[in-house]
Design a protein around this ligand. Structure first.
Ligand code: TMP
Length: 230
């Protein structure tokens, strides 16, 4: 079986990044070769674009954001993701095109057709083999990352921290609509409860993609690698 391309999606504070790192450590401890990466970012150019993208000193709109993030994505796909898969390494990527469809599309109101044309240019509409959507109520996600406090204090704040709750409510709905459109690619993981329970769901949702790895029968995660909130 070819090495899988997995993406982790959800609101900031949904727990996706914590569980991505934990799954990577779990797989590596069982002999799998894994490439852990993120968007925007993942390459030198991508990380430079990420800083510009998140910096709220620049006045942008949803289309400018989409252009930045798709430029980063093309570089990332060509320079990092496809080469890792070609070497037989599983790719665990924190966010990908689905983020753009919901944050810039549903959140900012950029028409889906425009985003899909950019996607065609940037990636040839490349899709992951599996996408784990970490689903939590937006209120919970906001609380976990302390966005409101950061937005108030102005410290370490990104352009997305400054968004109000209705933006995140739209983004969550956008994600759930993507799941309806492509149920075979997505696994929705309820990440509002205890971390161990969430990690068990993560393992169960990828087990079929790693035939050489023994996964826990009951989905019990075992005690390795502590998690963290957010
Ligand atoms: P992160 O904190 O999960 O790394 O994501 C950084 C922020 O960038 C997050 O608030 C979501 C946003 N984002 C978009 O708006 N569009 C995109 O295409 C991506 C990849 C991220």
């Amino acid at each position: 079986m070819a090495a899988p391309f997995l993406t982790f999606e959800g609101l900031d504070g949904s727990g996706k990044s914590t569980h991505l790192r934990r799954l990577a450590a779990w797989l590596e401890s069982r002999g799998e070769s894994v490439c852990v990466t993120q968007e925007p970012g993942g390459t030198d150019l991508g990380e430079a674009l990420r800083s510009l993208f998140l910096d709220r000193r620049y006045r942008t709109d949803g289309r400018i954001e989409a252009l930045l993030v798709f430029a980063s994505r093309r570089h990332h796909l060509l320079e990092r993701i496809e080469p890792a898969l070609a070497e037989g390494r599983a790719v665990l990527c924190d966010r990908f095109t689905d983020s753009t469809l919901v944050y810039q599309g549903v959140g900012r109101g950029v028409p889906a057709e425009l985003l899909l044309s950019l996607d065609e240019v940037a990636t040839g509409t490349r899709r992951p083999d599996r996408t784990l959507l970490f689903d939590v109520p937006p209120e919970t996600a906001r609380r976990r990352v302390g966005s409101e406090e950061r937005a108030r204090s102005g410290e370490g704040v990104t352009r997305f921290d400054a968004e109000e709750l209705p933006f995140y409510q739209r983004v969550r709905k956008g994600y759930l609509r993507l799941v309806e459109a492509e149920p075979e690619r997505f696994r929705v993981i309820d990440s509002s409860g205890p971390r161990e329970a969430t990690f068990s769901r993560v393992l169960a949702s990828v087990a079929d993609l790693f035939p050489d790895v023994r996964f826990p029968q009951s989905g019990a995660a075992g005690g390795d690698a502590p998690g963290e909130a957010g």
